[in-house]
Each structure stands twice: as C-alpha cells, then as structure tokens.
Design a binder for this molecule. Structure first.
Ligand code: HEC
Ligand code: HEC
Ligand code: HEC
Ligand code: HEC
Ligand code: HEC
Length: 168
C-alpha cells in the first residue's frame, strides 16, 4: 500500500518537472531577464509618451523591430539625468563604443520565419502580441507566440496556414 502511494507521488513529481520544462521550453511565457541597465518602458513609453517607433525604428519596414542603438538614448541622456548611476553607465558604454548587451526576450527559432512588416501593415497594434508594454518596468513575454498560437491567429484572420508560410 505505502509502496503504491510513494509510486504515485513520484509519478506526480516527475509529471510536475515535465510540465515545467515543457512550459518554459515551448512558451517562455512571462520570461523577463534582467537587463544591463534598468531601462523602463513604463517611464519612457508610458509616463513620457515616447512613441514605440521612435526607438523601434524598423518595425514597419523589416523583419525585426530592432533594439535602439545608444545614440537614440543619447538624444536625451546627453542632458537628462546625467548624474544617475544608470545614465553614467550608459554614457560610458556609448563613449567606449561597446554596446550594452540587452537580453533577448522574444525569439522565433531559425527554422521558422516571422516578420514584423506584414503584421504591422495589416494593422495589428504592438499590444496584440506584446501586451501593455507601456505599463512594464521590465518587459516580459506576454503571449506564447509559438506555432499553435501563430496558426490560431492566422486561422482567425484568414491568413495562410500552409507549412511553407513559416518554414522554408
Ligand atoms: C526610449 C526607447 C524605447 C521606446 C520609446 C520603446 N522601447 Fe521597446 N525597447 C527599448 C529597449 C532599449 C529595449 C531592450 C531592453 C528591454 O528589453 O527593456 C526594448 C525592448 C522591447 C521589447 C522586447 C524585445 C525582446 O527582447 O524581445 C519589446 C516587445 C518592446 N521593446 C516593445 C515596445 C513597445 C510596444 C513600445 C511602445 C509602447 C516600446 N517598446 C517603446 C527601447 C524603447
Ligand atoms: C503578430 C505579432 C507581433 C506584433 C503585432 C508585434 N510583434 Fe514584436 N515580436 C513578435 C515576435 C514573434 C518576435 C520575435 C521575432 C524573432 O525572433 O524574429 C518579436 C520581437 C520583437 C522585438 C525584439 C527584436 C526583434 O525585432 O526581433 C521587439 C523590439 C519588438 N518585437 C517590438 C515590437 C513593436 C514595437 C511592435 C509594434 C509596432 C511589435 N513588436 C509588434 C511578434 C509581434
Ligand atoms: C525622448 C527622450 C528620451 C530618450 C530617447 C531616452 N530617454 Fe531615458 N529618460 C528620459 C526621461 C525624461 C527620463 C526620466 C527623468 C526623470 O523623470 O527622472 C529618463 C529616465 C531614464 C532612466 C532612469 C534614470 C535614473 O534616474 O535612474 C534610464 C536608466 C534611462 N532613461 C535609460 C534610457 C535608455 C537606455 C535609452 C535608450 C534606449 C533612453 N533612456 C532613451 C528621456 C529619454
Ligand atoms: C494577431 C494575429 C497574428 C499572429 C499572432 C501571428 N500572425 Fe502571422 N499573419 C497574420 C495575418 C492576418 C497575416 C496576413 C498579412 C497580410 O495579409 O498581409 C499574417 C502573415 C504572416 C506571414 C506572411 C504570409 C504571406 O506569405 O503572406 C508570415 C510568414 C507569418 N504571418 C508568420 C507568423 C508567425 C511565425 C507567427 C508567430 C510567431 C505569426 N505569424 C503570428 C496574423 C498573425
Ligand atoms: C503561422 C506560422 C507557422 C505555420 C503555418 C507552421 N508553423 Fe511550424 N512552427 C512555427 C513556429 C513559430 C515554430 C517554433 C515555435 C514552436 O516550436 O512552437 C514552429 C515549429 C515547428 C516544428 C519544430 C517543433 C520542434 O519540436 O522543435 C516543426 C516540426 C514544425 N513547426 C512543423 C510544421 C508543419 C509540418 C507545418 C504545417 C502543417 C507547420 N509547422 C506550420 C510556425 C509555423
């Protein structure tokens, strides 16, 4: 009897680990790595109302939205908050020409193809896929954006769903 119970508990533990691995490997939901300096979207895109595309300049015309280079930051931070520790670190990186190593949050694997361009042209707001970024002090992954998620939205919008749409 006790053997049986121990067996069941062991099985549950293994299933639990399996689920965790599955969850992180396949969805990355809520993933929010620490960044080299605590850049806040809430402060910049929320409180200060800086448009997303002021920094993510390529999002309408290319595959990647791109992370802004430091000269975009320096447009303001050569004068704004120059005494704060984070801005001193930013300025030093800028002057040395060694870019800050921002940690990637969203990533579609090599074998699948995604491009911002079509989706933005179609009229989707950033928030459809990235959530309320303007309220986030640290960006986290809001939506799965895995194959099932991509295909479901394609079905709902009568976009193509054949395998070679996303896999060459
Ligand atoms: C002042 C510049 C600036 C503005 C404005 C800005 N961003 Fe960003 N964004 C960044 C920087 C720098 C990073 C990289 C650091 C980080 O992840 O916080 C980033 C990262 C991101 C990421 C995560 C990228 C990844 O690694 O997967 C998303 C999503 C994003 N921004 C969306 C938005 C949206 C949506 C808006 C408008 C509501 C916006 N951003 C406005 C500078 C900006
Ligand atoms: C249809 C869903 C969708 C919409 C709409 C969308 N994104 Fe993304 N975004 C993604 C996916 C998927 C990735 C990962 C792309 C990759 O790995 O190539 C991503 C990655 C990013 C990144 C990381 C750098 C890059 O380009 O790979 C940034 C920054 C970003 N998005 C900003 C934005 C902004 C700003 C908007 C609105 C103007 C926006 N996104 C709209 C799905 C979306
Ligand atoms: C359009 C102007 C503008 C741009 C561009 C801009 N910022 Fe800012 N940033 C501000 C303002 C304004 C504040 C807030 C000042 C305050 O309220 O204390 C701020 C605050 C900050 C802070 C907090 C500073 C502290 O006191 O600790 C950091 C960190 C920061 N910005 C990093 C960045 C980075 C990195 C970039 C480029 C990706 C960037 N900013 C681009 C205007 C800007
Ligand atoms: C919010 C809904 C939505 C999500 C989420 C979404 N898509 Fe799309 N996607 C669309 C729509 C609608 C179109 C058709 C755009 C058009 O008609 O130009 C499209 C077009 C595309 C195209 C171009 C198809 C073609 O040949 O015209 C590719 C490739 C693509 N999406 C890949 C992806 C991938 C990969 C993901 C997940 C990471 C994804 N999409 C997530 C709605 C979405
Ligand atoms: C709308 C875009 C889209 C379509 C259509 C699509 N896929 Fe995918 N697929 C993806 C994305 C994004 C990933 C990576 C994320 C993931 O694994 O869920 C992926 C991952 C995969 C993987 C790798 C899973 C793994 O174990 O690593 C295989 C295999 C695959 N797709 C096969 C297919 C086949 C077969 C079809 C047609 C029936 C198809 N895909 C249609 C977007 C798509």
């Amino acid at each position: 009897m006790t053997k049986k119970i121990i067996g069941i508990i062991l099985l549950l533990i293994i299933a639990g680990f399996g689920y965790q691995m599955f969850h992180y490997q396949w969805s990355n939901l809520d993933y929010a790595p620490e960044q080299p300096i605590p850049f806040s979207h809430k402060l910049h895109a929320g409180d200060r109302n800086i448009p997303c595309m002021y920094c993510h300049t390529n999002v309408e015309r290319s595959r990647h939205a791109t992370i802004p280079s430091m000269n975009i930051c320096m447009n303001c931070h050569s004068v704004v908050n120059v005494d704060s520790t984070s801005i001193i670190k930013l300025t030093e990186a800028y002057n040395s020409g060694k870019p800050l190593e921002w940690q990637r949050i969203h990533k579609v694997p090599e074998h699948a193809y995604f491009s911002h361009k079509w989706h933005i042209r179609k009229g989707f707001d950033c928030a459809v896929c990235h959530g309320p970024v303007e309220t986030m002090d640290r960006v986290y992954q809001y939506r799965k954006l895995n194959m099932g998620d991509c295909i479901q939205c394609h079905r709902e919008n009568e976009a193509p769903t054949s395998c070679n749409t996303c896999h060459q």
